[in-house]
Design a protein around this ligand. Structure first.
Ligand code: NAI
Length: 738
C-alpha cells in the first residue's frame, strides 16, 4: 500500500465538532498528525442554548489518544474568532471543515422568519464568515483545503426542509466559486452531501439505520479531499454507508425555438417541450464558459440566420454534416417575405459604397430624386431572407454544420427594375447538389415575386466544407457558370476604398453573420479580423460596371454572376477590372493592398451598353493608384512629421508616369516645418527626385519590387542626392503600408 495520508504540521478547524460527523472528522485528523481546533457552540439541534462540554469532550478524547487539539465554543457566526483560536494555539490554519449545523424543519407555509434566518446564519453565513477569516492566511501560505457540508435535501429537495435545502445548496454555489478563486493559491474547495446517523437524523431514521450509517463512513472522503496530494477542486460528493460518488450537472441537447427577427413565443416552448427535456445525448457542461459558450453559439447562429440545429453544438459540429442529395434535391424552402420602404435600398446603396460626394449616386441615395431607383444588386437582399432565416435547415436530407458553410458563387437575374418599395415573397428550391470532393455545393434557386409578378431570380451556391465525397456529380446543367475574362488588359478599371465600417454598415441590410463584425467570431474562422461580406464587394463591383457601361441606367441591367475567391477586409481598396464583349461585361475585383483577386470569373449582362470609346475614356479617368498611397503617407506622417523632419531633413519629389507620360507629381517635404506631403512640384529646393510608373510605384510600396533592382533596370530614375533615398525607403516601409 502507498504511504498513509498524514496531516503532520497541518492545522485543521472543524466546526460543530462536538458530536456527530464533526467529532469523527476531528478525531481522524488528529489521529493522522493534525493539530485540531474543535469548535462547537454546544446548543441543541434547533440552535438554542450553548455549552462548552461538547467541544471539551472531543478535545479530551483527542488528547487522550496523544493528539493535539484545542476547543473553541463560539458560534460559527463569529467566524474570525474561530480562526483566531487556530492561530493562537497553533500559529496557522490549513484546513477548514464547515460542518456545524442545526435544523428548523417545518412545512413551507409554517416557516417563520426566525426559522429561515437562523438556518441561513448557521449554515450559509457561518461557513462564509469562517472561510473568509481563513482565506488570506491560506492565500499567503499558498495552501488551503476547505469543505462545505451540503445535503441531499438541498440537491434533491426534501419535504419540510425548505429553509435548510436552500442554505445547503447555497453552500454548493459558494464552493463552486471559491474553487475557481482559490485554485491559483492552491486553495481547493469541495462540497459533500453526507448521510450518517447523528442527533440530526434521529428524528427521521430508525435506530438500526442510525447505528448502521456511521459517521466513520464519511470521514475518509473528507480527509482525502483535504490532503495536500488531492487535486480535486470544486467537486460535489454524496457519501454514506461506505459508498461515495461524485455529482455533476447534465444538460439536454435542448432546442432553439427563436428565429431571426421573429418573436419568441410560449407556444414554441410548448411545442418543443419533449425535445427540450430529452436527456438523450445530454452534455455535461463543467464551467460557466462551456455553458455560456453554447448560448453564444446560439446567438451567432440565429443572428446569422443559419437556423442551426442544436444537434450540431460544440462537440458534434464537425461530424454532424450529412447530405442525402436524393432526399434534398427539388425540395422547397418555406417561403419568406421581405417588406421594405425606400429606406432599405438607400441603406443598401450606402452599404456598397455609394456616397453623396458623387453627384451620380444621388439617385440611389435620395428618395426625393426625380429618378430615385434601386441598385440592381439589391435583388440579392430581397431573396436572402429565404436563405438567412434558416430555410436550408428545414430541408430533409440536409443535415449541415452551418459553421462550415461558405458562400461560393452568386447569380442574379432581374426581370424588371426593382421597385423602390414593396412586399416581396421569395420561394427557394434546392436545385442541385454537387460533390466537389473537399465539400458539397448546394445550388439554391430563389424566385422573388411581387404579388404574382416574378421580379428576380437568384442562385446561391453554398459550399459546405468537408461535406463532399458522397459520390455525387461534380457539375450540374442547373448551375449558372462563371466566365473567364478575355486575355487582354482590362478595358476599364475603377477603384473604391471600402471604409473600415463597411461591413458594419452593409450588415444592416440583413446579413447578420457575426463573422463580419465580431473579432472573436472572425478569429474562430481563422481571419485576423472581421471580413467584408462577399455580397458587399459584389455590390461595389456591380455598380462600377453599371456606371462605366450603362451610365447608371438600371433598366439596362439584366444579370450578374460572380465567384467569391478571397475575402476583402473592411478598409481595403476594391479595384474592378472590366472587359467589354458585346453586351457582356466581364469583370474581376482585385484587392489593391494584397493584389489578390476577391471576385473572379464574373460578368454582368446588360440589355445594351454604352459604346466602347466612352469606356476607353473611362480608363483615363481612373485615379492613379499611387495617389492613394501618397494620401495615406500624408495622413500617417501628420502626427510624427516633426520627428521625421529631424531624422530625414530632405525634400523628395516624385514624378509618376502612366503609359510613358508624367501623370502626377507629388512632393514629400521632410525638411521644412513639421513636414508635409502634397501633390505637385516641390515649392522649394528638391534634394532627391524620383521618376517611375504608377504600377512600379505600387509594386515598390508593396515590397514586390526591390528599389535597387528597379534603379539598375531603369524602372526607377533618381536625380540628386541618391543616398537620401535610403531614408525614404524606411518611410515607405513604415508609412505607406495600406
Ligand atoms: P450534529 O447535530 O451531530 O452535529 C452538528 C454540530 O454542530 C453539533 O454538535 C452542534 O452543536 C454544532 N453547532 C450547531 N450550531 C452551531 C453553531 N452556530 N456554531 C458552532 N457549532 C454549532 O449533526 P451531524 O449530522 O453531524 O451534522 C453535521 C453536518 O452535516 C451538518 O451541517 C448537517 O446539516 C450535515 N448533514 C448531515 C446529514 C446526516 O445524515 N447526518 C445529512 C446531510 C447533511
Amino acid at each position: 500500500m502507498a504511504s498513509p495520508l498524514r496531516f503532520d504540521n497541518r492545522v485543521v478547524l472543524v466546526t460543530g465538532a462536538g458530536g456527530g460527523l464533526g467529532r469523527v472528522y476531528a478525531l481522524a485528523f488528529a489521529e493522522r498528525g493534525a493539530s485540531v481546533v474543535v469548535n462547537d457552540l454546544g446548543g441543541d439541534i434547533k440552535g438554542e442554548g450553548k455549552s462548552s462540554s461538547a467541544a471539551d469532550q472531543v478535545v479530551e478524547e483527542i488528547r487522550a489518544k496523544g493528539g493535539k487539539a484545542v476547543a473553541n465554543y463560539d458560534s460559527v457566526e463569529a467566524g474570525e474568532k474561530l480562526i483566531q483560536s487556530a492561530l493562537d494555539a497553533f500559529g496557522r490554519i490549513d484546513i477548514v471543515i464547515n460542518n456545524a449545523g442545526i435544523l428548523r424543519d417545518r412545512s413551507f407555509a409554517r416557516i417563520s422568519d426566525a426559522d429561515w434566518d437562523i438556518i441561513h446564519k448557521v449554515h450559509l453565513r457561518g461557513s462564509f464568515l469562517v472561510t473568509r477569516a481563513a482565506w488570506n492566511h491560506m492565500k499567503n501560505q499558498k495552501f488551503g483545503r476547505i469543505i462545505m457540508t451540503s445535503s441531499a435535501a438541498g440537491i434533491y429537495g426534501n419535504f419540510g426542509q425548505a429553509n435548510y435545502s436552500a442554505a445547503k445548496l447555497g453552500l454548493v454555489g459558494l464552493s463552486n466559486t471559491l474553487a475557481l478563486e482559490g485554485v491559483k493559491y492552491n486553495i481547493h474547495c469541495n462540497s459533500i452531501a453526507p448521510t450518517a446517523g447523528s442527533r440530526l437524523t434521529q428524528t427521521v431514521m430508525p435506530q438500526e439505520l442510525l447505528d448502521a450509517l456511521k459517521p466513520e463512513y464519511v470521514a475518509p472522503l473528507v480527509l482525502w479531499l483535504c490532503h495536500e496530494s488531492c487535486q480535486e477542486n470544486g467537486g460535489l460528493f454524496e457519501i454514506g454507508a461506505g459508498w461515495l460518488g461524485k455529482l455533476r450537472w447534465e444538460r439536454t441537447v435542448g432546442a432553439i425555438i427563436r428565429q431571426q427577427n421573429r418573436p419568441m413565443t410560449p407556444e414554441a416552448v410548448r411545442d418543443e417541450w419533449s425535445k427540450i427535456c430529452d436527456f438523450d445525448n445530454a452534455t455535461k457542461p463543467q464551467t460557466i464558459q462551456e455553458s455560456t459558450g453554447t448560448l453564444y453559439e446560439v446567438l451567432s447562429s440565429i443572428d446569422s440566420g443559419k437556423g442551426i440545429s442544436m444537434n450540431s453544438t460544440s462537440q458534434q459540429t464537425t461530424s454532424s454534416t450529412t447530405i442525402d442529395p436524393a432526399r434534398a434535391i427539388g425540395k422547397k424552402l418555406p417561403p419568406s417575405m421581405y417588406q421594405y420602404s425606400h429606406i432599405q435600398p438607400i441603406l443598401y446603396a450606402l452599404g456598397v459604397g455609394m456616397s453623396t460626394k458623387e453627384p451620380d449616386h444621388m439617385k440611389f441615395l435620395f428618395e426625393g430624386s426625380q429618378d430615385f431607383c434601386c441598385l440592381p444588386t439589391f435583388g440579392v437582399i430581397l431573396a436572402q431572407a429565404s436563405f438567412m432565416s434558416g430555410g436550408l435547415s428545414t430541408v430533409p436530407g440536409l443535415n449541415i454544420d452551418f459553421t462550415r458553410v461558405l458562400h461560393g458563387e452568386q447569380y442574379l437575374e432581374l426581370y424588371k427594375p426593382l421597385p423602390t418599395s414593396g412586399e416581396m415573397r421569395s420561394e427557394g428550391t434546392v436545385a442541385d447538389i454537387l460533390d466537389k470532393g473537399s465539400g458539397a455545393v448546394i445550388l439554391l434557386d430563389v424566385n422573388t415575386y411581387c404579388g404574382k409578378e416574378l421580379i428576380c431570380y437568384n442562385q446561391f451556391s453554398v459550399f459546405v466544407v468537408g461535406a463532399g465525397g458522397f459520390g455525387g456529380k461534380r457539375s450540374s446543367p442547373k448551375g449558372k457558370a462563371t466566365a473567364n475574362p478575355p486575355n487582354r488588359p482590362p478595358d476599364v478599371v475603377a477603384r473604391d476604398v471600402t471604409s473600415v465600417d463597411q461591413a458594419a454598415l452593409y450588415r444592416l441590410s440583413g446579413d447578420w453573420n457575426p463573422l463580419h463584425i465580431d473579432p472573436s467570431f472572425a478569429a474562430m474562422g481563422g481571419f485576423e479580423r472581421p471580413i467584408l461580406h462577399g455580397l458587399c464587394s459584389f455590390g461595389f463591383s456591380a455598380r462600377h460596371v453599371l456606371k462605366h457601361f450603362a451610365n447608371n441606367d438600371v433598366t439596362n441591367f439584366k444579370a450578374i454572376k460572380v465567384r467569391f475567391a478571397k475575402p476583402v477586409l473592411p478598409g481595403q481598396t476594391v479595384q474592378t477590372e472590366m472587359w467589354k464583349e458585346g453586351n457582356r461585361i466581364h469583370f474581376q475585383a482585385k484587392v489593391i493592398e494584397t493584389g489578390e483577386i476577391a471576385i473572379a470569373g464574373a460578368y454582368v449582362d446588360l440589355a445594351s451598353s454604352v459604346n466602347s470609346l466612352e469606356s476607353k475614356a473611362a480608363v483615363q479617368d481612373v485615379e492613379l493608384q499611387s495617389n492613394l498611397v501618397f494620401e495615406e503617407i500624408s495622413r500617417r506622417i501628420k502626427d510624427v512629421g516633426g520627428e521625421l523632419v529631424k531624422k530625414v531633413n530632405a525634400v523628395f519629389q516624385w514624378d509618376i508616369t502612366k503609359n510613358g507620360k508624367t501623370a502626377a507629381q507629388w512632393t514629400i517635404d521632410l525638411k521644412n516645418g513639421s513636414g508635409k506631403v502634397y501633390p505637385g512640384k516641390a515649392s522649394g529646393r528638391v534634394d532627391t527626385s524620383f521618376t517611375l510608373s504608377d504600377q512600379d510605384f505600387i509594386a515598390l510600396v508593396m515590397g514586390k519590387l526591390n528599389p535597387q533592382k528597379a534603379f539598375f533596370t531603369g524602372k526607377l530614375k533618381v536625380k540628386g542626392n541618391i543616398m537620401l533615398s535610403q531614408k525614404l525607403e524606411v518611410i515607405l516601409k513604415d508609412y505607406a503600408k495600406l
